[in-house]
Design a protein around this ligand. Structure first.
Ligand code: AMP
Ligand code: TRP
Length: 490
């Protein structure tokens, strides 16, 4: 029996940098000490929490090096001479704040051709050196209702995919969950833990990604306020999600609901995220985030920032005079970016639909899944096809594809000749089989006293470290007086 262990964790980029450094040898890369002792102390040494759990081991992979080695490695990162690195950054091409010039820049997974290395290193960048860092990913799901297959295939599954090659931050966005107004405190608390546990059960590894609760990082709220003051209200009033929810809520609609996308922009921009895995419904919010970042950079970045303060360097140690905020891109899967309702193939699967039968939740029992699929909407056509004119058939075939990992062609080979009566049990089986291991791990995680809290604590420490730096630079660029005890040299 392997134990469910919270390992001493190097950030993935640190492990990669070290690997690279050791491979490069004398090839021009040089190794410098860059990580502070406070940072090192935020990565606890190997620690076993609670009883043994066998099947968890593959989801909480341990590194094969010892604690002391990991500690030692933590203090190193690789720097490369500036001349040897490309100076492009994802933000340079897209800092236009003109809403007329808004382009749909969010790109589909299939069109992603850029490597996961980025040369823009907002933290600890120096004039003569530029650290090559892994691209950063940030995303989050609201802890409202139950997480369903749309959330899972549209977002969470891609968290898992991206964590291997990116520096990943995944939060449970509890501050967003209260924007509908009148939430139940008890439900919020339960749902926040549940959502975090589902991330882990689905394969997000605390070894590879920082998993945290949004409200554990105060900088989200602070940056939201600062960005509020550069975000025209008209941009927010145009948001489809706001218009739809406001229509439903009438006069009771809260300021928080209007402001929701600015908080989301703060979530993303705080971490200098390059990529944001989301379902299609969030692409408009991503565009808005890009516009807000562009507007902020135009108003306070570049030369205007350079002129601020007597030191060349910003509070986070960057050279002033560039973009303060990185303009991110959306990462939306080709299949699964928009999973549709079981009861209406033209509406997306959603947590807020009062009809429970419209969605399959990740934690639904096999019986419930079977019932929901049995009752789902069908059409009168014989055989199964991905035809756009048959939204229900297309949606359920896509679900089959996502659960089995098969290609469309393979799915059609297997299912094209099936009638609904044959296809539904087949779909039930693959959905149940896909969710079974996730549900088992979920139970283990929830029964492991203290484990989830320790993961969230570790995630919050890492997240705060990055977020505080960005927030400090934003304050600096905007002209807020530095608190002397925080920045004695400023
Ligand atoms: P939410 O439940 O609104 O917090 O959504 C969390 C994530 O799931 C976001 O990235 C959404 O874009 C994604 N998502 C929500 N519903 C669907 C759906 N029906 N299909 C695909 N992705 C979805
Ligand atoms: N608005 C997102 C949704 O409803 C949730 C969210 C909040 C989010 N902050 C985020 C998603 C930051 C990605 C990145 O689905």
């Amino acid at each position: 029996m392997q134990s469910l262990t919270l390992r001493a964790t190097l950030h993935h980029h640190q492990r990669r940098a070290l690997l690279k450094a050791s491979r490069r040898g004398g090839k021009g890369g040089r190794t410098m000490v860059v990580v502070s002792s406070s940072m090192a102390s935020s990565f606890p040494s190997s620690r076993t929490t609670g009883p043994s759990k066998s099947s968890s081991s593959s989801f909480f992979p341990s590194s094969s090096i010892g604690v002391s080695q990991r500690r030692a490695l933590l203090t190193k990162a690789t720097f490369y001479p500036k001349s040897s690195s490309s100076s492009s950054s994802s933000s340079s091409s897209s800092s236009s704040s003109s809403s007329a010039a808004r382009k749909v820049s969010a790109r589909a997974e299939s069109s992603s051709s850029s490597s996961s290395l980025s040369t823009f290193a907002p933290e600890a960048e120096t004039s003569t050196t530029r650290r090559t860092r892994l691209k950063r990913v940030l995303s989050g799901v609201q802890p409202t209702g139950s997480i369903h297959l749309g959330n899972y295939f549209g977002a969470i599954k891609n968290y898992v995919k991206l964590q291997d090659e990116h520096d990943a931050y995944y939060c449970v966005v509890d501050l967003h969950a209260i924007t509908a107004g009148g939430h139940s405190p008890k439900e919020l608390e339960e749902s926040t833990r549940k959502s975090a546990a589902i991330y882990l059960a689905a394969g997000v590894s605390p070894d590879k990604a920082s998993v945290f609760v949004q409200s554990h990082v105060a900088a989200h709220s602070e940056l939201c306020w600062l960005l509020n003051c550069v975000s025209p209200i008209g941009w927010l009033e145009k948001m489809i999600q706001f218009k739809e929810k406001a229509r439903k809520q009438g006069e009771d609609v809260s300021v928080g609901l209007l402001d929701y996308p600015v908080l989301m922009a703060a979530d993303i921009l705080l971490y200098n995220a390059d990529l944001v895995p989301v379902g299609e419904d969030q692409r408009q919010h991503l565009e808005l985030t890009r516009d807000i970042a562009g507007r902020f950079n135009n108003l306070y970045g570049g030369n205007k920032w350079k002129k601020r303060g007597k030191n060349e360097k910003s509070p986070s140690g960057r050279y002033r005079g560039k973009d303060v905020l990185i303009v991110p891109e959306a990462f939306t899967p080709k299949s699964g970016g928009r999973v549709m309702s079981l009861t209406d193939g033209s509406a997306k699967m959603s947590k807020s639909n009062p009809a429970e039968g419209s969605r399959i939740n990740v934690l639904d029992s096999p019986d419930v899944i079977a019932q929901k699929i049995k009752r789902c909407k069908t059409d009168a056509v014989e055989g199964m096809s991905y035809d756009d004119e048959r939204p229900e058939a297309k949606n359920l075939l896509t679900m089959y594809e996502l659960c089995t990992g098969m290609s469309r062609e393979e799915v059609l080979n297997e299912c094209a000749s099936m009638r609904w009566g044959e296809f539904k049990p087949a779909l039930t089986e693959v959905v149940v089989n896909h969710l079974k291991p996730i549900q088992e791990r979920y139970e283990e995680i929830m029964s492991e006293e203290g484990y989830l809290d320790s993961v969230l604590e570790q995630g919050a420490v890492r997240a705060n470290e990055v977020a505080e730096k960005t927030c400090a630079d934003v304050r600096d660029a905007m002209g807020f007086v530095h608190r002397k005890s925080r920045y004695p040299s400023m």
